[in-house]
Design a protein around this ligand. Structure first.
Ligand SMILES: [Fe+2]
Length: 365
């Protein structure tokens, strides 16, 4: 009589009589048994229902026990396999142990021995699964910790960016506003939360490379010389170099830092990327960054009016700016009197999980 919580076992042998002996023995021990007359039949049964224990003869027509063992180990590694061998097949039995069988029993078998070996194999299986579980949990926790450490490091850099911006009345609040505009564009475009988080991360840190630019050049009131302009325009490359070790798992955020001064027509910095070569996340931030720069006072010019800045976005569609991002910006702010936005509060950065950041999830909600 099968018991509801009994351990399931599959007995594989081409000789029905031997199968019955084993089945009777195992059922006597409380197992629920199914039987297969060949390796092929066994695989078919396992495909429909996995069992924790398989006892299989080695010599069978069609598919021998070794081939069956290989298949089971490859497809269902948590299944414990015990092979049944003739005394003359000791070498094959050892080979099976090397392949991953948990034990073997000799034919003709002694029932007590089979019973003991089955129990031992199940114990080994439980132990193996516990170790595997432990290893899995440990790996996950290490990954989580590494992720958190990277996030904390990025938060420190975020604090540094805001500190540097606050020191300078011309750039105060720039990054956090760019992140805010970018988030609103992203939402309007229907981008997923993970992509929007990635955009926010890149946007908040996009100008970090200005740390490496001379303050005299950054704050120069007059027109920049060519050399000074080239020096300022090194900041995307410097920023990407600083952040590369911390943004390995979020390439689009790193791309925002390196490529936020690229243009659709290929006339931007630092790589002259064109059109689709510029990732979507970068194109979104490009619009936000330009609008905030235009509507902020600069040492060398007053702030542009909102109307003029919006006109510049319109006119730059297709040459400098990604048209859908400009359209999304305009749709997100149907009332220009709400522009420019007041600078939002700085919030801790969120580092998106690696699998999402690699684009395995859809960019759209
Ligand atoms: Fe910049």
């Amino acid at each position: 009589m099968p018991q509801p919580n009994a351990v399931k076992c599959l007995v594989v042998d081409d000789e029905p009589r031997l199968r019955r002996v084993l089945v009777r023995l195992l059922e006597g021990e409380g197992f629920t048994c199914s039987e297969a007359g060949s390796g092929t039949e066994a695989l078919e049964m396992l495909r429909h229902e996995q069992v924790p224990l398989v006892i299989s003869d080695l010599r069978m027509p069609q598919m021998d026990g070794v081939t069956l063992l290989r298949e089971i180990i490859a497809r269902w590694p948590t299944t414990a396999v015990i092979v049944v061998t003739a005394v003359a097949e000791v070498e094959s039995a050892v080979a099976c142990l090397q392949l991953g069988a948990l034990d073997y029993v000799d034919k003709p078998f002694h029932l007590d021995e089979v019973r003991a070996r089955v129990m031992q194999a199940l114990d080994k299986r439980s132990l193996k699964m516990e170790v595997e579980d432990y290893r899995h949990n440990l790996e996950r926790r290490v990954q989580e910790q590494a992720h958190r450490i990277e996030e904390l490091s990025l938060e420190r850099l975020q604090a540094l960016v805001h500190f540097l911006e606050e020191k300078d009345p011309y750039t105060s609040g720039h990054s956090v506003r760019v992140a805010d505009y970018s988030a609103r564009i992203g939402r309007q475009m229907g981008l997923s939360q993970v992509v929007r988080d990635t955009i926010a991360l890149g946007a908040e840190l996009h100008d970090i490379g200005k740390i490496g630019v001379s303050e005299a050049v950054l704050h120069k009131a007059g027109k920049l010389t060519d050399a000074e302009y080239r020096h300022i325009m090194e900041h995307p490359v410097i920023g990407a170099r600083i952040l590369a070790p911390l943004m390995r798992d979020v390439p689009p955020a790193l791309a925002i830092v390196r490529s936020h001064h690229e243009r659709l027509d290929g006339k931007g910095f630092p790589d002259g990327l064109k059109g689709d070569q510029i990732p979507l996340e970068v194109r979104v931030v490009g619009v936000a960054d330009s609008f905030d720069a235009m509507t902020s006072v600069r040492p060398y010019r007053p702030a542009l009016s909102v109307q003029k800045a919006l006109q510049e976005l319109e006119e730059g569609k297709g040459t400098q700016f990604h048209p859908p991002a400009v359209d999304a910006f305009l749709a997100a702010f149907p009332d220009p009197s709400a522009l420019p936005v007041t600078t939002p509060e700085v919030r801790p950065l969120h580092l998106p999980p690696p699998q999402d950041a690699h684009g395995r999830s859809s960019p759209l909600d």
